[in-house]
Design a protein around this ligand. Structure first.
Ligand code: G4P
Length: 190
């Protein structure tokens, strides 16, 4: 997606050989015009998939998911990382280990918002090691729902997540795939 790649080149900051900071338009400040285009891009790629729910993980996955939802005419459900005061319902839960942060989060979704007849599109901002997506996939399986695929804004192609998910037969659509962040430079793979 050309507008996204331009934005990454112009406003992304390479923090190390493995980390790209995009606080200026995704992770802290949000560019609504770009986010709308991101939602349109995901919706167009999955428009024939019969999606009934967009599923993500708080917090940075919520904005692209809502814009995608709006285009597809279906709700967004986001998994929580912390227990909510009002989350007293029956829950689906999964453990997500973050290699980046070296911590495990238990993520949860109320059983009220995911049913076995749902066709789920999982959306997230970054794909690194794939652990967040695998946790969401586990929750989809617990609900007996089906997974239409995964939409990722920025896939770090030099980490294992994309390979792990695609080897499991999951359809992964990434709007920008980074092949390297070496020498302080962003390089995209086609
Ligand atoms: P994984 O799910 O693919 O295994 O990713 P990992 O555990 O490595 O990522 C943990 C968190 O760090 C996630 O955000 C993920 O989006 C983010 N992240 C991973 N690599 C990068 C990167 O290169 N740049 C940026 N900006 N973020 C990265 P999170 O903890 O869920 O945070 P948030 O959604 O609350 O913002």
């Amino acid at each position: 997606m050309e507008a996204l790649k331009q934005k990454i080149q112009n406003e992304g900051k390479v923090l190390s050989e493995t980390v790209l900071k995009v606080d200026a338009f995704i992770n802290h400040q949000i560019d609504p015009t770009l986010m709308q285009q991101i939602g349109e891009a995901f919706a167009s790629r999955f428009k024939e998939a019969g999606v009934t729910k967009v599923l993500t993980l708080e917090s940075s996955g919520i904005a692209p998911s809502v814009f995608t939802s709006l285009q597809l005419g279906v709700p967004t459900v986001f998994a929580r990382k912390r227990k909510s005061l009002t989350l007293i319902d029956q829950l689906y839960t999964a453990n997500v280990y973050s290699f980046t942060k070296q911590e495990t989060n238990e993520i949860s979704i109320s059983k009220d918002y995911l049913q076995e007849d749902d066709v789920v599109l999982v959306i997230d901002d970054f794909l690194a090691n794939g652990q967040a997506v695998l946790g969401l996939k586990e929750i989809v399986e617990q609900a007996g729902a089906s997974l239409a695929g995964v939409g990722i804004i920025i896939e770090k192609g030099f980490q294992d997540g994309g390979k792990i998910l695609r080897e499991q037969g999951i359809r992964v659509e990434s709007l920008a795939i980074l092949s390297s962040l070496q020498n302080g430079t962003v390089t995209f793979s086609e």
